[in-house]
Ligand binder design. Structure first.
Ligand SMILES: CC(C)(COP(=O)(O)OP(=O)(O)OC[C@H]1O[C@@H](n2cnc3c(N)ncnc32)[C@H](O)[C@@H]1OP(=O)(O)O)[C@@H](O)C(=O)NCCC(=O)NCCS
Length: 285
């Protein structure tokens, strides 16, 4: 099989989106897990969004002249984010994925990112093996958690919508926990109206860009994180990504009726600061 790589183009959305849908469905069906995308049109729309953004690098693989897969590198933060990478099920396990991973890793190095991260489905042996061989380390076991909104307030930890005037204080909390801020994503979320902050003792002690698959959250304490989760109107996408090692918040979620949808793994290569506080990672940065 002759594999070539080229940059993604807006016109690839249909073919790459369909592959994205089929690749995730195939592996989920093999393990009896729910599908990542509800239908092909949603996957096509998502890939179209990725291809249109100028802060997301895209690469398409062609095998014998036909599109066989794609990969993306999110370049909108201090740490680059990989994904989604998806290969046509009929072209898997013949090194297309490796080529697409090596390409975005090269790109991240050239762009000078201190670290690169991704989140993989923990039940997927092949992706776990491939990423590990390429140098990624498993950093955090995650549980995708879903359920009805909790509507729970934590006394002394008040949650309200975030505004632009909250950005500096929020960035400081993020810096304290992750060693870098995620200002760009926070600004985007504020503009879209999905961001919230939590205040304790008269100051901002945490924030969420969204409590969901594509959002991240940080809190100085578990009470801050519980307040953000408890106030969320919904958990967008398959669910939010909860570090499974945070037993206190995990138990609290389960006690309030939330359910585990699937296990995932946060992996990274290069700089990784062990978080110093409570957090929810996003599926990509
Ligand atoms: C995950 C995915 C991108 C990998 O792409 P691929 O083209 O199938 O994989 P490749 O052939 O390039 O690489 C697989 C590697 O894992 C190894 N591997 C596969 N299964 C393995 C196992 N059970 N144990 C150890 N190694 C294994 C292969 O030997 C190969 O190693 P090599 O590169 O050293 O030869 C692709 O399978 C896919 O699209 N899956 C569905 C969607 C998905 O899960 N995407 C990832 C989201 S995080």
């Amino acid at each position: 099989m002759n594999i070539t790589l080229r940059p993604g183009r807006p016109g690839d959305a249909e073919a790459c989106g369909l592959i994205c849908y089929q690749a995730f469905c195939a592996i989920a069906d093999q393990h009896n897990f729910q599908h990542d995308f509800p239908d092909a049109a949603t996957a096509v729309g998502f890939v179209s969004f990725l291809l249109a953004r100028n802060d997301i690098y895209s690469v398409v693989a062609e095998a014998d002249g036909r599109i066989a897969g794609s990969n993306f590198l999110w370049e909108n933060a201090v740490i680059a984010g990989v994904g989604p990478i998806t290969i046509d099920p009929s072209a898997q396990n013949v090194a297309v994925g490796r080529r697409l991973m090596e390409d975005v890793m090269r790109r991240a190095r050239e762009r000078g990112f201190a670290g690169t991260r991704l989140v993989q489905a923990a039940y997927h042996n092949r992706s776990l093996s491939l990423y590990t061989k390429l140098g990624f380390d498993a950093r955090e076991p995650l549980s995708t958690v879903q359920g009805p909104p909790l509507g729970i307030a934590i006394p002394g930890h008040d949650v309200r919508p975030a505004t632009e005037s909250d950005v500096d204080a929020s960035n400081q909390v993020c810096f304290k926990i992750h060693g870098h801020d995620r200002a760009g994503e926070l600004m985007d979320a504020i503009k879209e109206g999905t961001a919230t902050v939590v205040e304790h003792a008269g100051r901002i002690t945490g924030y969420a860009t969204m409590v969901g698959f594509f959002g991240h959250a940080v809190g100085e304490t578990n009470e801050d994180l519980k307040a953000l989760i408890g106030a969320a109107q919904a958990f967008a996408g398959p669910g939010f990504l909860l570090p499974s090692r945070n037993g206190e918040v995990f138990r609290w979620c389960l006690q309030h009726g939330l359910r585990v949808v699937q296990p995932m793994t946060l992996m990274s290569i290069g700089l990784y600061n062990e978080p110093d506080g409570a957090f929810l990672p996003s599926v990509v940065f």
